[in-house]
Design a protein around this ligand. Structure first.
Ligand code: ADP
Ligand code: ZN
Length: 293
């Protein structure tokens, strides 16, 4: 069995690993994201001599994931110093001469959950992460959705919660979904980090309200067969039942499907791959890239 490589390229840290083509992570290493040159150097050090057959990369963004584009594989307009308009995939290909799959971190996480996790067996799914930012990866009829570049679901508009006086944190849109519901917005609104707020703090009802609106919009636009919700903020598991009830309430019977009306607890679910989600997704992308060669 061939060994595959995976990179979870985050804005604050990189995780590199190797694993099997049935999703078992065999080894991993993590280091801080500094300049592209230094960070890529550590990536090369890690993969040197590992004899991988293919590599899957899930990158922070925005990136260009369109294979037919002249800037395919670039990190594009990120405010992160040194990384703007950086040819990430090109730099990897100079030293790692195996097929490399490259996509957004959330698309790769979606692919992992779809291949081996909570969304296994479905033709379509949406994976949404609620963490430092909010983003979603979407699989439609077995393929990751890219479109113009890639979905930026974190920045959709939501109706303000009637009790919310917080102005919103998004530098582009102020009170878009990410601006009111990502981890840093929770922290700034309530003056404490999410995990320091009690389970019955009003923050969670408000948070569930915003997330339920986002899910309602996604269900109406994409009709995914299952929705997986991950990221640091979703460790607040008490939000799942709140979100279930609110999505049902918002849709108000309009989408007449048993998944929503009768078994929504199996429709909007936590991830199954846990702490290895990013790496498993990378392995899934590496496997897919190898199969497509
Ligand atoms: P990232 O989005 O940077 O990849 P995470 O998904 O871990 O990383 O998200 C980090 C955010 O999630 C932070 O804003 C943090 O405060 C929040 N967070 C982490 N753990 C919890 C928790 N148990 N409860 C609520 N919020 C949390
Ligand atoms: Zn925004």
């Amino acid at each position: 069995m061939s060994i595959l490589g995976a990179i979870e390229a985050g804005g604050t840290k990189f995780v590199c690993g190797i694993g099997t083509n049935d999703g078992k992570v065999l080894d991993r290493i993590s280091f801080p994201t500094t300049t592209p040159e230094e960070t890529i150097g550590r990536v090369f050090d890690y993969f040197d001599g590992k004899d991988i057959a293919a590599l899957g990369v899930g990158s922070f963004g925005p990136i260009d994931p369109k294979k037919n584009s002249p800037t395919y594989g670039y990190v594009t307009s990120t405010p992160k110093p040194h990384w703007g308009h950086y040819n990430f995939l090109g730099a990897l290909q100079e030293r790692i001469s195996v097929p490399i799959g490259f996509d957004t971190d959330v698309n790769v996480a979606a692919l992992g959950e779809w291949t081996w996790g909570a969304a296994q067996g479905y033709d379509s799914c949406m994976y949404i992460t609620v963490g430092t930012g909010i983003g979603a990866g979407i699989i439609v009829e077995g393929r990751l959705l890219h479109g113009l570049s890639h979905p930026e679901m974190g920045h959709i508009l939501v109706r303000r919660h009637p009790d919310d006086k917080y102005e919103g944190k998004c530098p582009y849109h102020r009170d878009c979904l990410e601006g009111v519901a990502a981890g840093p917005a929770i922290e700034q609104r309530w003056g404490k980090k999410g995990f320091e707020l009690g389970l019955d703090h009003p923050a969670w009802e408000m948070e569930a309200d915003y997330l339920a609106q986002a899910l309602m919009n996604s269900i109406l636009m994409l009709s995914p067969e299952i929705i997986v919700m991950g990221g640091g903020v979703m460790k607040q598991e008490q939000m799942f039942p709140l979100i279930h009830t609110k999505v049902q309430h918002l849709l108000n019977g309009y989408v007449h499907h048993a998944a929503i009306l009768e078994r929504i607890d199996q429709y909007i679910v936590p991830p199954k791959l846990g702490d290895n989600a990013g790496l498993c997704g990378g392995l899934a992308l590496a496997r897919q890239t190898l199969l497509e060669q």
